[in-house]
Design a protein around this ligand. Structure first.
Ligand code: BTN
Length: 229
């Protein structure tokens, strides 16, 4: 494990150096990222020392990134013991996002990046993020020990990854569906609209649409509220 007080991005660092001798399971942690990255080219902002920001190098034998995405969402939710999973793998609490994952494949492996808002107070978030982002502190009212959390998360990620390596993906589905946000509710996901049925065999989002069941492989999920007169 390497732990940096500051870095541009733990994902960028591992992607740049993954061709070197790092073994599978190499972990890079940072107290602050100057250029943290999220999905869809978004930035991932952090206040120094208040989040968990880390990446893990993986070398899976088969390359279904969409399965790994759902698997690691389940693993993070399991380690936290609270919250709901918004497809594919954000953890939400109190109607806002506390954690997000970024999986990036490369020629020498896969980098899993985890961003978890831990001890931020609401004033630590920029105004545009306040309605969307929260932290464990904001949701539970207590300060969390970041090292203890990291140990729990790494243990859970390892357990779930090893089980996926041995047993495949089928067992992940009921666990994901048990803790999924907006199950049975109407959402827009990418270009599709429909009610969430659950997870497909490859980690996609299954929707009941007007054209019947459809599987969504990418896109942001938004809840559609009924229009009231
Ligand atoms: C998302 O929900 O958009 C994914 C956010 C992932 C953020 C983490 S923080 C550690 C790692 N390094 C990065 O630059 N991004 C990921």
């Amino acid at each position: 494990m390497e732990w940096f007080p500051e870095i541009d991005s733990t994902n960028t660092y591992l992607r740049t150096h993954m061709g070197q001798d790092f073994p599978e399971g190499h972990v890079v942690v940072a107290d602050y990222q100057s250029c943290g990255r999220g999905r869809w080219g978004a930035t991932w902002q952090s206040s120094a020392g208040k989040s968990l920001l880390f990446s893990v190098l993986l070398r899976p034998s088969s390359g279904v990134l969409s399965q790994l995405a759902a698997l690691f969402g389940v693993a993070c939710r399991h380690a936290l013991g609270c919250g709901s999973i918004k497809w594919p793998n954000d953890v939400w609490m109190g109607g806002r996002k506390v954690s997000g994952l970024l999986l990036e494949g490369g020629p020498n492996g896969v980098v899993l990046g985890v961003g978890l808002n831990v001890n931020q107070e609401s004033g630590d978030f920029p105004p545009e993020l306040k309605p969307l982002a929260s932290s464990l502190f904001e949701e539970t009212g207590r300060i969390w020990d970041r090292e203890e959390l990291l140990a729990g998360l790494l243990q859970s990620l390892e357990y779930h990854y090893e089980r996926w390596t041995c047993d495949g993906f089928a067992w992940v589905r009921p666990l994901w569906e048990r803790d999924a946000l907006w199950m049975g509710e109407k959402v827009r996901a990418g270009t599709q609209m429909g009610r969430i049925l659950g997870l497909s065999d490859d980690g996609g989002l299954l929707l009941e649409t007007e054209q019947g069941p459809q599987c969504v492989q990418s896109g942001e999920v938004e809840r559609l509220r009924p229009v009231l007169d």
